[in-house]
Design a protein around this ligand. Structure first.
Ligand code: IPM
Ligand code: MG
Length: 392
């Protein structure tokens, strides 16, 4: 978008950019459906991206590649070279989920999950942002009392390329006793780059960072804390707090609204993001965005949920919100992202629920029906905006 166009109100630019001066982009997007419910939620995300391209005259080329168990079955490895190459060349990558009982007996390193870890590493992704926010129509399904839930709106900034996930590991047997180990290890530059991201993110929010560690026990956490403190001087407008991970888990449950940005290691972020997701009603609602040295990757955090396969009951919202993160954070298409999100809120406000977000006894719809309702609502929102302008 030219600068002049960017400064114009959208009503003048034209709702779908017909005036010819709004930004039209051409992007290559790699889709990695993966396993379990991965393919169904990927379909939902792809529907939203295609609608967006069509209505706003963008050109999105969507290319599908195998990963995880699906790639093991088809090609014999969880991360085929072709898949990694395509992801490296793409403008953005969308991933559904990996893993499932079928591949559980495989050793670490050969499992579907190692395809995902190899992808994160291979694409140079070291930041994972997981926004966890109460969606107003779903306030009632939180396991917390309303006064505890408050206006929960946090971002977990999880380190993604280091720590125990990638540290030295092994196993031995001595005198018939088996031993296995994984190593938590972080270097100063690894901590600095993730902390820099968290501080910058907080500057555009309510300017609070809570750095999570276990510095009362772990040396790697002591370095983490020292490094974050040293860096905090550069971000003087951001209030920095430190919290041990066990207390952070408790505080999330007791008073989650105290947090803004939570800065975590790879392992602590994995654990705390599932806990935080439960507070807003379902892990099926939570998207994520990963950034690093190359193309960004977007994925819902819910995993492959094998028990839901074939029932069309997977919640597509986490995947759809991952697609809107892609639109906004990778392509700068915030109007398009707002359009999808506003429509999504209306569908939820209309009481439509997949099973994971339904009150006990309430009627539910399938994930594919939900996506179709969203598509229809997106059309209505667009027609309304064309007549009256956005946000009216
Ligand atoms: C997540 C998942 C992954 C992780 C698994 C599937 C490897 O739990 O993205 O949170 O541990 O990072
Ligand atoms: Mg996880």
């Amino acid at each position: 978008m030219g600068k002049a166009a960017a400064e114009l109100p959208h009503s003048i630019v034209g709702v779908r950019g017909e005036a010819g001066i709004a930004m039209k982009v051409k992007k290559t997007i790699v889709l990695l459906p993966g396993d379990g419910i991965g393919p169904e939620v990927t379909r939902a995300a792809a529907t939203v991206l295609r609608e967006c391209a069509q209505e706003f005259h963008h050109e999105f080329e969507l290319h599908e590649f195998p990963i995880g168990g699906a790639a093991i079955d088809a090609i014999g490895t969880p991360l085929p070279n072709e898949t990694l190459d395509a992801c490296r060349k793409a403008d953005a990558v969308f991933l559904g989920a990996v893993g499932g009982a079928k591949w559980d007996a495989l050793p670490v390193g050969k499992r579907p999950e190692s395809g995902l870890l190899g992808l994160r590493k291979g694409m140079g992704l070291y930041v994972n942002v997981r926004p966890v926010k109460v969606l107003e129509p779903l306030r009632g399904i939180s396991p917390l009392k309303p006064e505890r839930l408050g206006d929960l709106d946090i971002e977990i900034v999880r380190e993604l390329a280091g720590g125990m996930y990638f540290g030295e590991r092994g196993n031995t047997t001595e005198n018939g006793v088996e031993r296995a180990w994984d190593t938590e290890s972080y270097s100063t530059p690894e901590i600095e780059r993730i902390a820099t991201f968290a501080f910058a993110r907080a500057e555009n929010r309510t300017r609070r960072v809570c750095s999570v560690d276990k510095a009362n026990v772990l040396m790697s956490s002591q370095l983490w804390r020292r490094t974050v403190v040293a860096l905090s001087g550069v971000y003087s407008s951001v209030k920095l707090e430190h919290m041990y991970v066990d207390n952070a888990a408790m505080q999330l449950t007791l008073k989650p609204s105290q947090f803004d940005v939570m800065l975590t290691s790879n392992m602590f972020g994995d654990i705390l993001s599932d806990a935080a997701a439960a507070l807003v009603g379902s892990i099926g609602l939570i998207p994520s965005a990963s950034f690093g040295t190359g193309a960004p990757l977007f994925e819902p955090i819910h995993g492959s949920a094998p028990s839901l396969v074939g029932t069309d009951s997977a919640n597509p919202v986490g995947a759809i919100l991952s697609a809107t993160l892609m639109l906004r954070d990778a392509f700068g298409l915030s109007l398009e992202a707002d359009w999808v999100e506003q429509s999504l809120h209306r569908v939820l406000a209309g009481g439509y629920r997949t099973p994971d977000i339904a009150q006990p006894g309430a009627s539910t719809i399938g994930g594919s029906v939900f996506t179709e309702m969203l598509r229809e609502e997106m059309q209505r929102t667009l027609e309304h905006a064309e007549r009256y302008g956005w946000g009216v």
